[in-house]
Design a binder for this molecule. Structure first.
Ligand SMILES: Cc1ncc(COP(=O)(O)O)c(C=O)c1O
Length: 399
């Protein structure tokens, strides 16, 4: 019998895969499926960035770059972090990777040893536990209640800290909750951590540009004692509609910390795609209103989706402030029936929704929120109106 590594077997397959497969099967049969499962902007990458990639090709920029990324791109990222986030880095504190996901892996790999504890506020992006496990760490989940807007409470954080705690993994704006930490909330977390100087923070800020109403993004690295133990993660995917280009980056507190991630990456995947790197540099160094317009459109869609969802009895939609997701508490439907089938979980509900009214929602068991489903509004207003109507019709028949 062939044997596989414990590491590979410890990784759980994505819960959403079977839903996506089912949705694709129905679409292939011509069924008009509406998907609220999407995890990427539905906008095209702006033309000026595409033109940048063409220029890179014309200039023959098709060779290896430095494994941490082109110095000019790393400088452009450092400039962005100073301008947008008030954080000062030199280019050699920046490591460019194949998506923020690889940046997260790099950061986790250099910090976490076997048995180290990583605090993950819950709900969380479903990749976090997997990457902690792959690195040999132990996940310590801290429940963040919807009553507190899914924000990590300082007392709860302090209670979770042990002498094995190595990292706090903080994600704002948050996937799946859409929660955005304000200045006071971050300051309160920083005050707790100030007592524990050995704890690192990995701050995933990938949805930074997708924030609505009067909310504003702050990086925890700007708070007292935080810069020197925070690795900031960000990337091009969500802000510039560049998910397929695979460019993410991290900013480390010292060039030495960056070098550790660079060395690891140099043996794993070398540099991120050179053409995409050049296009990213063009993206970051050109002034346009692309992000403002995309954010405006997302805000319009969020309002439209929320307005419809709050009218549906039996479920509770949470007012998201960032990213492009709305969490819906569906526990009021549990143990009730839809045409004879008992809805015993968010997973069953999602399976039923796709096979009956052809609407894809993501059950949040894998996000640490078993009472919720996640709806993405990275789709056009017409789809939102029709899809949520179908959801309402379905729920009207639950008893
Ligand atoms: C919270 C969060 N972090 C990181 C990522 C990864 O982004 P990238 O496409 O740059 O790898 C995602 C993608 O969905 C995400 O939701």
């Amino acid at each position: 019998m062939f044997k596989f590594s414990r590491r590979s077997l410890s990784v759980s397959p994505s819960l959403t895969l079977s839903l996506t497969a089912k949705a694709n099967e129905l679409k292939a049969q011509g069924v008009p499926v509406i998907s609220f499962g999407v995890g990427e902007p539905d906008f095209n990458t702006p033309d000026y960035i595409v033109a940048g990639a063409k220029t890179a090709l014309d200039k023959g920029m098709t060779k290896y770059t430095a494994s941490a990324g082109m110095p000019t791109l790393r400088q452009a990222i450092a400039d962005k972090l100073r301008k947008d986030n008030g954080l000062t880095y030199t280019y050699d504190q920046i490591v460019v990777s194949s998506g923020a996901k690889q940046s997260l892996f790099n950061a986790m790999q250099i910090l976490v040893d076997e048995g180290d504890e990583v605090i993950i506020p819950s709900p969380y992006w479903l990749t976090y536990p997997q990457l902690v496990t792959i690195c040999g760490g132990k996940c310590v989940y801290v429940e963040c209640s919807s009553d507190n807007g899914f924000i990590l409470q300082p007392n709860d954080l302090e209670r979770a800290i042990t002498d094995k705690t190595k990292v706090l993994l903080l994600n704002s704006p948050n996937n799946p909750t859409g929660a955005v930490y304000n200045k006071q909330q971050l300051s309160a977390i920083a005050q707790v951590l100030a007592k524990y100087p050995d704890i690192w923070v990995i701050a995933d800020e990938i949805y930074e540009k997708l924030i609505y109403d009067d909310n504003q993004h702050y990086s925890i690295a700007t708070f007292p004692t935080m810069y020197e133990r925070t690795i900031v993660i960000n990337g091009m995917s969500k802000a510039y509609a560049m998910t397929g280009w695979r460019i993410g980056y991290c900013a480390a507190p010292t060039p030495k910390v960056a070098k550790l991630m660079d060395s690891l990456q140099s043996h794993q995947s070398s540099n991120a795609n050179s053409i995409a790197q050049y296009a990213s540099q063009v993206a970051l160094t050109t002034q346009t209103d692309f992000i403002v317009n995309m954010r405006g459109e997302f805000a319009r869609r969020r309002d439209c989706m929320l307005e419809q969802l709050v009218k549906i009895n039996g479920i509770k939609a949470i007012h998201a402030q960032g990213a492009f997701y709305i969490m819906v508490d569906v526990s009021g439907l549990f143990d009730k029936q839809y045409k004879g089938t008992v809805i015993d979980s968010a997973n069953t509900l999602a399976q039923l929704l796709i096979s009956t009214v052809n609407v894809v929602v993501i059950p949040c068991e894998g996000f640490g929120a078993s009472h919720f489903v996640r709806l993405s509004y990275a789709t056009n207003i017409d789809n939102i109106v029709v899809g949520v109507d179908r959801l309402a019709d379905f729920i009207a028949q639950v008893n």
